[in-house]
Design a protein around this ligand. Sequence first.
Ligand SMILES: [Zn+2]
Length: 70
Amino acid sequence: MTCTRCDGLMVSEWICDLQGMSSDLCAEGYRCLLCGNIIDRTILENRRPSTNATEPLTGSSPYMPRLVAA
Ligand SMILES: [Zn+2]
């Protein structure tokens, strides 16, 4: 397995919390030793935005959207 960016060596490892998408998500993927590029199976298969999953902790959005409607 070589990196798609720099063609460097990629090692297989378990990657958790990919880009803050979900704290529960752990997937087997590959990480480049040179540039740090990460490729996991979910990225390889489908790069769909998981907006319906757990909200990323980076934003400051309210956690209870139902109360806003009142
Ligand atoms: Zn690389």
